[in-house]
Ligand binder design. Structure first.
Ligand code: NAP
Length: 318
């Protein structure tokens, strides 16, 4: 039986934060969560597009509970600002979908000097998750869903001596590293939450090949790169709709049967119904996760080491 958004249980009373909620998979994720009753914090960079996204969701769900928060994952200051605003307005958070991303672009740097794909796709989400954790731990059973890609298979684990690929940059090498970092982050976070006995879970999802703006942006940014045009054509001709592509992350975020550490993806790799998939590439994973944490803590200056004390504070334990 195929799982669709119609299988999402009632989300009334729950609050979800979705990054990149102004388009593509993020918009479909926000739309489905709002339609099932969740209050959705749409964290987005381009605010004109975000306002259109809100209007678009409200055309189908007039009473959707939505709030926009400006978030540029390529600026740690913006991530801190967005987190402060979210925390100021929401005592608890039930769902965080780390969805936003860029793919296969030319070498660029974030405001903090990070390589752009690693900086936006991973380090921005790492920082956001650390900062939102106190509110996530106040929920009964929060879920953090981090969106990776089949590109994680071609990624190399981050090298603490050169995380920003100085002198070694390639658009696909950087994307592979960033999406493998998403994969390892989701698993590493679950391990830490479980070890701390925290009432929250971390899951990973990948959308298969979905016809969104992702490929068009990479074509535009590279001035019409050959491989970028190939993936653009492939997504246009064989990709799933954004609504279908969002299903794995929606299932990871809402299926009552889903558990921390699980990985949801289309059944047939790039298309099909969202299903739980095995975690592969386990050899060397512990070391890769440890190195990712070392780099993430060093580059953002933020740590998850207060997980258990935050959990204790949240439940009123001194
Ligand atoms: N589509 C696929 O086939 C596919 C396959 C595998 C994995 N994925 C993953 O799915 C996720 C969503 O991608 P998509 O397919 O929905 O692509 P998309 O339509 O291009 O959407 C990407 C989203 O990321 C946002 N974003 C980019 N840079 C940002 C930044 N610096 N700060 C905040 N937001 C930023 C974009 O916002 P702006 O409008 O402001 O740029 C947009 O909302 C990504 O993580 C991607 O790697 C997609």
């Amino acid at each position: 039986m195929s799982w669709t958004a119609a299988d999402i249980p009632d989300q009334t009373g729950r609050t979800a934060v979705v990054t990149g909620a102004n388009g593509g998979l993020g918009l479909e994720t926000a739309r489905a969560l709002a339609a099932t009753g969740a209050h959705v914090v749409m964290a987005a960079r381009n605010q004109d597009k975000a306002a259109e996204a809100v209007a678009d969701i409200r055309r189908g769900t007039p009473d959707a509970s939505l709030v926009l928060v400006a978030l540029d994952l390529g600026s740690q200051a913006s991530v801190r600002d967005a987190a402060e605003r979210i925390l100021a307005a929401h005592e608890k958070l039930d769902i965080l979908v780390n969805n936003a991303g860029v793919m296969g672009i030319p070498e660029r740097r974030t405001a903090d000097g990070f390589e752009m794909q690693f900086g936006v796709d991973h380090l921005g989400h790492y920082a956001l998750t650390v900062l939102l954790m106190p509110a996530l731990l106040r929920a009964d059973a929060a879920r953090v869903v981090t969106v990776t890609s089949t590109a994680h298979h071609m990624g190399r684990a981050v090298d603490p001596a050169n995380p920003h690929l100085d002198g070694k940059y390639g658009p696909w090498r950087a994307y592979g590293q960033a999406k493998l970092a998403n994969f390892h982050f989701g698993i590493g976070l679950q391990r830490r939450l479980a070890a701390a006995g925290a009432p929250a879970a971390s899951l990973i999802a990948h959308p298969g090949l979905s016809n969104t703006d992702l490929q068009a942006v990479s074509v535009r940014e590279t001035g019409g790169g050959l491989s970028q045009r190939f993936f653009h054509r492939l997504a246009r001709s064989t990709g799933m709709s954004p609504e279908e592509g969002a299903r794995p992350q929606l299932r990871a975020a809402t299926d009552p049967e889903a558990k921390g550490g699980e990985f949801y993806a289309p059944r047939f790799v790039n298309s099909g119904s969202p299903a739980r998939r095995p975690i592969l590439r386990r050899i060397g994973m512990d070391d890769a996760i440890a190195r990712l944490w070392e780099v993430s803590e060093r580059e953002t200056g933020l740590k998850f080491d207060s997980l258990s004390s935050t959990a204790a504070r949240s439940s009123g334990t001194p």
